[in-house]
Design a protein around this ligand. Structure first.
Ligand code: THG
Length: 284
């Protein structure tokens, strides 16, 4: 299955059978005080720096999240989108829990973005799906609903199926639905990773959809996060994860390794090219 996203002029294919696509997570105020301060002042220089460094280190898509306490993201999300797409030609992933902010951002987004996100709650389905259809955007579907988050992979799968069916009823093609199995902290629940990994497998095997997930969520509160995240990422990719939301500076070498191992990188071209590009960056 192929989900096509577009920047201003570029086209990106997320292919369930292809190499892994990296959605750069760093334009997100979580733990980034400087981003909050600069965005509050409508100064986009730092956000643009984050965009540039993520593109240089392997991001194929940029997640844009400007949520912080007191923010008017209905105004700030579209402003940030405009600043980024003036400077860069890369597909965007519009990340907000506020449907009004998503809708406002869609109005100014060029190309074909990914909406982050809709979920199985009736309110969310009704607010997001028609807007996604109207703007021809793809959507991430989080597998939670009006009953909250379940630890049963079968139930998470059923929510994924419900989101897919509702999207199709709304006129959104199935390939424009990307499922997020909900990666959560394994420090809080010993089965957190197993539930997510099993959900990925079910969605991949039965629905064949593209799958995303926050790559660093599982390691909250623990040391050696990169190693832990990568171990989880390896199994996730093997089970069907195709487009993680991650810090490219920490994940791209590992993702290129996974693609090479899985036979998705002829003659190790992308693996070696990435290495030489990063060496050149260090020396520039
Ligand atoms: N699923 C979907 N969308 C999401 C998430 C998800 N959007 C937000 C989040 N989860 C993914 N984005 C981020 C952005 C920043 C950070 C983590 C996840 C972050 N993490 C480190 C920290 O917490 O200390 C620091 C940065 C780093 O490790 O480099 O800042 O799950 N659909």
């Amino acid at each position: 299955m192929q989900t096509i996203l577009k920047g201003k002029t570029t086209e990106l294919i997320i292919d369930t059978e292809g190499p892994v696509v990296i959605i750069g997570e760093s334009i997100n105020p979580t733990r980034r005080k400087k981003l909050v301060e600069t965005l509050k002042a409508h100064d986009f220089e730092f956000a643009l720096q984050l965009a540039k460094s993520q593109i240089e280190t392997g991001a194929d898509v940029l997640d844009v999240n400007v949520g912080f306490p007191g923010v008017d993201d209905e105004a700030l999300l579209p402003e940030t989108v405009q600043a980024i797409q003036e400077a860069f030609d890369i597909p965007l992933c519009l990340d907000s829990p506020n449907p009004k902010a998503i809708e406002a951002a869609l109005k100014v987004t060029l190309g074909k973005p990914l909406i982050n996100s809709v979920n199985g709650e009736e309110k969310s389905l009704q607010a997001i799906l028609p807007v996604a259809k109207e703007h021809g955007a793809a959507v991430i579907g989080l597998v939670m609903d009006d009953d909250g988050i379940t630890l049963d992979p079968e139930k998470r799968f059923q929510i994924a199926e419900k989101i897919l069916n509702r999207a199709i009823q709304t006129g959104i093609p199935q390939e424009d639905v990307v499922i997020d199995p909900l990666a959560m902290a394994v420090s809080a629940d010993p089965n957190a990773c197993m539930v997510t990994l099993e959900t990925i497998k079910l969605v991949h095997d039965r629905l064949g959809l593209n799958i995303t997930q926050g790559a660093s969520n599982i390691s909250f509160g623990l040391p050696n996060r990169v190693e832990l995240n990568n171990a989880h990422m390896a199994i996730s990719i093997w089970n069907g994860l195709s487009c993680p939301i991650a810090n490219p500076a920490k994940i791209t070498t590992f993702v290129r390794a996974m693609d090479l191992i899985r036979g998705k990188d002829e003659f190790a071209m992308r693996f070696t090219e990435f290495f030489y590009n990063q060496e050149a960056l260090k020396n520039s």
